[in-house]
Design a binder for this molecule. Sequence first.
Ligand code: ZN
Length: 351
Amino acid sequence: MTGTDHPGIELLTAVARGVLDLTAAPPSTFRLPYPSSLQLALDRVVLDALLRRAPAPRSVPDLLSWCRGRAPEEWLSLPGDFLVPGSRLIHPDAGEPTRTCAELASLGPDGVLEQEAQSLLARLSDSCGGPARFAQCRDFLIDRPVLLRFDPMELLQPSLAHTWRLVKDLYGPVPSHFPSEGLVHCCSGCGLLAEADTGDGPWCEGGCAPEVRKLETSHRPGQTRVLPLALRLFLALPGRTELKVRAHLGTRSGPLVTALGVHQIPAHDGVARAYQVQDREQPVPAALRAAEVAAALDVRLDVVVPDDRAANPVYRRAFEWALPAGAQVRLRSVSEFAAHVPTDGTRRDHA
Ligand SMILES: [Zn+2]
């Protein structure tokens, strides 16, 4: 069991936040000065290396090169097995922050990215005026993280217009580093942004396996609208699995209770239970975040992950090992969860 207050982990999360800040910076500020968070992270990495008499990066570009070419445990002092072997903060081929980077940036009291998604959804919930409308809007965002060929007329049809008016401000232009040679790509597997040629084949934000990664392409990047990275990775990506879980459970899936995507399930023996669908590549940070969520909501939380991820015994073992003592969290695959949701006669409306 490892807490987020471990100095190596805390430093790693700070570097991850710096990398994301650099990616989010407008092109004109991409070179110098670097985001202060990244510069400060470099200073801390250098000091840490000096204290450990270990090699230190000489500059921000050097640190970014390490994030891309070396696993974090090669240049930071981290607990054993904290990260999946071979992890990187920057994808070696695509040059984009990895999902690992996003997950680490969300970890601990200074976490930013998942928290940004939560904040955006909380604001949306406030503007919706009721849980049913919010759930409708949230499902719209899950279905459409990338509007590759944005057509305002389509979204102003009577069946969509009300929802679109509530969510439209969450969409922005495609990030400037994504269009390549006038083309922008979207992966039909995860619904997120993609690159067609990274030097090692296609890449997509959702990390789809090659057999399910099919790219749709637009020649007009100016017409593409996308959700912020926080909502792409922490709402839309797990949302695809969540929609399947809810469809399978039907009325056994309780209502949505928070902007974090936590759903109630029928009480069993008078004990409040809830579930949250996750799709994350790092089991240890996932477990630590789940424990934070369960503690904040004071519920027993089932974390539901895609079957193929749960089928990986290393992932499951690492998740369970990382849970703090007493954490009210249990890892379930989609299939396990669907088979074991309590049916005590309590019927609720689908969220
Ligand atoms: Zn994909």
